[in-house]
Design a protein around this ligand. Structure first.
Ligand SMILES: [Zn+2]
Ligand SMILES: [Zn+2]
Length: 264
């Protein structure tokens, strides 16, 4: 069986739960430990059953709850080398539980294989994941400046994908952010726009992807209907029937969005 869902997803905090066969793990822990525990309980999970936390990178919206979770529950934390080095110095309580997980590395749990791929992002070290479960493959990529070859490798041909749809270009351009921050977000090491996400999604659906979750929306520079409309418009424009050929959803900032749910 596989049940995977986002628990929190936005520029304010990210955490995803995966139950795959005998494995239960998290991707990122970017809100408080208490909120993660409560959200897990809401989907029938339990932080005490989590056997690993896979960290994409060290930005606060991905690691905020990590120190308290480590102190209380001592769960192994997989992170790329430079990201792990940063976490170790900023949150020494996490140090005993850190496992290096660099791009190209594969972690085998009991029933699940997780491979890390490099992502283009302005952090010390950042990765996305290809997760092979007993019931199919999940691709997971947020915080990506553009859809690089490695990102493509992580996501292509997966059954379900979680992809960043960070900002609407007009909202970002006309919004309150200082020019330097706007440029950072727009750069190849920033975040994926709704528009670029749509282009990537078309390629992904042609590679076999059947279910898409739009994730990590900016609270300032995006709106769920805008992200959905952009993705839907680009997919429909290339002849893909949304709802028939592919299921398209947007992850709420606080609340679950199903990525995969197969009972057998
Ligand atoms: Zn982020
Ligand atoms: Zn980031």
């Amino acid at each position: 069986m596989v049940f995977a869902c986002t628990l929190f997803s936005s520029s304010k905090g990210n955490c995803t739960y995966v139950r795959s066969g005998r494995d239960e793990f998290l991707i990122d822990a970017g809100v408080s430990a208490k909120r993660i525990c409560d959200a897990l309980a809401n989907v029938g999970g339990d932080i005490k059953k989590i056997s690993a936390i896979f960290i994409t990178h060290e930005h606060t919206d991905h690691i905020k709850g990590l120190a308290v979770i480590s102190k209380k529950y001592g769960i192994p934390v997989y992170a790329p080398y430079l990201c792990a080095r940063y976490i170790k110095s900023a949150f020494p309580e996490v140090a005993p539980f850190l496992c290096e997980n660099n791009p190209g590395n594969t972690v085998e749990l009991l029933d699940t294989v997780i491979t890390a791929y490099a992502t283009p992002h302005d952090s010390q070290g950042s990765v996305c994941f290809r997760i092979t479960t007993p019931n199919g493959v999940i691709g997971y990529a947020t915080d990506i400046g553009y859809a690089s070859e490695q990102v493509w490798e992580a996501l292509s041909g997966a059954d379900s994908v979680v992809v960043e749809s960070n900002h609407d270009l007009e909202l970002l351009e006309n919004g309150p952010y200082p020019r330097a921050l706007k440029n950072r977000i727009l750069s190849d090491y920033g975040h994926l726009s709704n528009c670029d996400c749509g282009t990537l999604l078309c390629r992904l659906v042609h590679s076999g992807v059947k279910r898409i979750v739009l994730a990590h929306l900016s609270e300032e520079n995006n709106r769920p209907p805008l992200a959905l409309a952009a993705a839907r418009g680009t997919l429909m424009g290339s002849g893909i029937r949304v709802g028939d050929d592919v299921i398209l959803r947007v992850a709420p900032p606080d609340g679950i969005c199903e990525i995969m749910n197969i009972n057998d």
